[in-house]
Design a protein around this ligand. Sequence first.
Ligand code: PAF
Length: 290
Amino acid sequence: MATGPDSITLLDSLDALADWRAAQSGSVHFVPTMGNLHAGHLKLVEHAAQDGTAVIASIFVNPTQFGPGEDFERYPRTLAADLEALASAGCDAAWTPASATMYPLPEAYRFAIRAPAALADCLCGAHRPGHFDGVCGVVMRLLWQLRPERAVFGEKDYQQLLIIRRMVEDFSVPVAIDAAPTVREADGLALSSRNRYLTDSEREIAPALYRVLQALADEAAEQGPGTFDRLRRSGMERLASLGFRPEYVELRNAETLAPADGSDDRVFAAAYLGRARLIDNVAVTRQNRL
Ligand code: PAF
């Protein structure tokens, strides 16, 4: 067990983690991350720390959720800055396991979780096969290692949040999953570690993703389910005309991810700008505008 900047406790072995966990008198709250932290992550920590419960964040770039050709190798690793940011946000401990700690068995002997197709084969999952299986596998390992009472996930990764909620429900994992709202730059761009891949000119275009989603959500609220297919196609066209390479624009039910039907709907999109893959989502209500 080591003490990092501003007295955050740095835990990098299961023994150190067990000692720290045993020393906590009650429950702990958990914020899972892959590092390269920004203000959005720190909001998750603040949310987790609200009632004075000890907070632990994990920093682990999980190889099993990256597909071939994705950015696992070049995903930014910024541990020193991350520890400083976590400490200043009031995080008590950082869990920074090595890959061999998270995955002690060779791949052929490793247990895995298959996320259900109804939730995982649409939206991002349709374009990143196996991604949510990898996320479920690592989150389940982390929950088991840390045994938190509460874990906090951001709404920017809405599909991930929903899948984790259903996973803990299905496996009766004794943890509450909290959602924290998407944190945005002043111009509306959702904070993401991948925003750092944007060039200056791409950064100027990037906030338009949110504006297009807001407009689609307003139009969907006004015009009703009969127009959703047209709105979806129009969203793809609007993004392409602004310089994005849209992967998908979809209207889906917020609880089941089935095609939207006019109640509790959300608009979801993923689009590339250069080498940055941006995702965002907004609820279909009349109050979406900045
Ligand atoms: O959202 C993320 O950063 C990751 O998917 C998570 C939840 C930390 C699992 O690796």
